[in-house]
Structures are given as C-alpha cells and as structure tokens.
Design a protein around this ligand. Sequence first.
Ligand code: NAD
Length: 260
Amino acid sequence: MLKGKRAIVTGSTSGIGLGIARRLAKEGCNILLNGFGDAKEIEKLRADLAKEFSIKVGYSGADLSKPADVRGMIATGDKELGGIDILVNNAGIQFTSNIEDFPDEKWDQIIAINLSAVFHGMKAVLPQMKKRGWGRIINIASAHGVVASKQKSAYVAAKHGILGLTKVGGLECAGMGVTVNAICPGWVLTPLVQKQIEDKAKAAGISVKQAEIDLLSEKQPSRQFATPEQLGGLAAFLSSDDAAQITGATYLMDGGWTAQ
Ligand code: NAD
C-alpha cells in the first residue's frame, strides 16, 4: 500500500514510535529513525529493520529540543531517502509535579520537545509535500490533548497545543494532497509509562503489578493498554489513500478514557 514512500518517525528508538516505524516498514516505506539510546543497539535496530522488510533505513540522532536539529533531521531524511512523504511527530517526554513546584527548565524542555519540535518539523517538510502534491503529517498527541490530569501541566499544555497545530495544518494543506492529523493514545505500556507505574508503586508502597492495575482502573475503562502495534496500524491507515479526505482530525485510541 505504501511501497516506496519515505517516512520519518521521531522518537522511534523506543515505544510507540518504534511500533509505528515497524508497521510503516512492513507496508514498504523506507524509514528514517530518530531518538536516543545506545549507539550499538540503534545500529542493530536499523540494520535488522532494513533486512527484515527489504527497505532503506537511516538514522538521525537529532535532539528535537533544538530547532536546528529538527531541521537537520529533515535534511538527513532528504539526503538518505531522497525526500520525505510521511512525517510522524512522535517523540515526547513527561515530568510530573504540581504547578507551583514545576521546574521552569522542565516546562521549557517539554514544550520544546512535545510541541515546538512538531511545528519546526512541519515547517521544514511541508514545502516539499505541497510541491509534490502528496504528504502525510501524523502528530502523536495523547488523551491528555483532550482532557487533563493533575501534575502534568507542561505535558497537557503541549498535547492540547498539538491538536490546535494539527487543525491549522489541516486547513492550510486542504485540497493539496497533504493531510495533517493527530492520534491520541490512552495508556500504552512503554518505558515512559513504566516509569510512572514504578513511581506510583513506590509512593503508595504497593507492588508494580498493583500500580499497573490502579493506573488503568483510574482512567482507562477497557483496563487494557493500547499497543504500539495498534498505533502503528492507525498511522498506516492515516497514511493510506483511503484516508485522503481525513485531515485536521483527531483520532482517539484510549480504551474509552475520554468518553467518560
Ligand atoms: P518512550 O519513552 O518509549 O519513547 C520516547 C522516544 O522519544 C524515544 O525514542 C526517545 O529517545 C525519544 N526522545 C525523547 N527525547 C528526545 C529528544 N529530545 N530528541 C529526540 N528524540 C527524543 O515513550 P512513548 O510512550 O513511546 O511515547 C511516544 C509518544 O507517545 C510521546 O509523544 C508520548 O507523549 C505519546 N503518548 C504516550 C502514551 C503512553 O501511554 N505511552 C500515551 C499517550 C501519548
């Protein structure tokens, strides 16, 4: 379906980004990976993905908190893949604290990575997509793009911001063959959430398993995690020609979280 398309997935060395990169690879896309981690492990991941799906796979170690790095990543994608048809803005971090205790530098860092990097990526890649008359931007927001939770001020602000930015992108590209959409996952068991579960277990003096059950019960009516593979499936659908008239939209995959 997407054979030969060229995709960048940010934050694809782990979790949801890796699930999306794998699925796009399976559909025949060439991929530029991005994210942090052990250099040897990333190189193995890159080589394995290329071999398993017989595609081209590159890597950019861009630090997305820096606008120049975001632009550099797009340039690397251009150079290594010969252009970019799909940009999945997925990289994100979390920090929890009440507003009055929230460190200024954490606020700045979360806004930079979770929101501003999405703007800089879109700005750098949209000219070529509009020129070609085909493009897909998929922004990974969160259930926290629609509703809030305590102690997540920067994260919730950034994710709400992504939905606004997605709508503007959808309007600006309407009718040009370029769509801009957002995906809002509920809980997905990745390293980002594993840390929150472990912190919760420690704070409440309960087992990690119990903390996992509590975390799901509190927000996600299905009491089941969404998976990186399922999110990969949704990203592949939004990249397909069947989704050509879906733009400026928000897709929830949250086990009923925001239906309450
Ligand atoms: P994760 O921690 O498993 O992966 C995050 C990825 O982003 C990693 O590859 C990491 O190296 C990369 N990254 C972090 N900072 C970076 C930077 N400055 N520059 C470049 N790369 C950077 O997290 P995840 O759970 O897979 O989250 C992926 C996205 O999904 C995030 O935007 C997150 O907010 C969102 N999300 C996650 C959940 C969940 O339950 N896990 C729910 C809703 C939304």
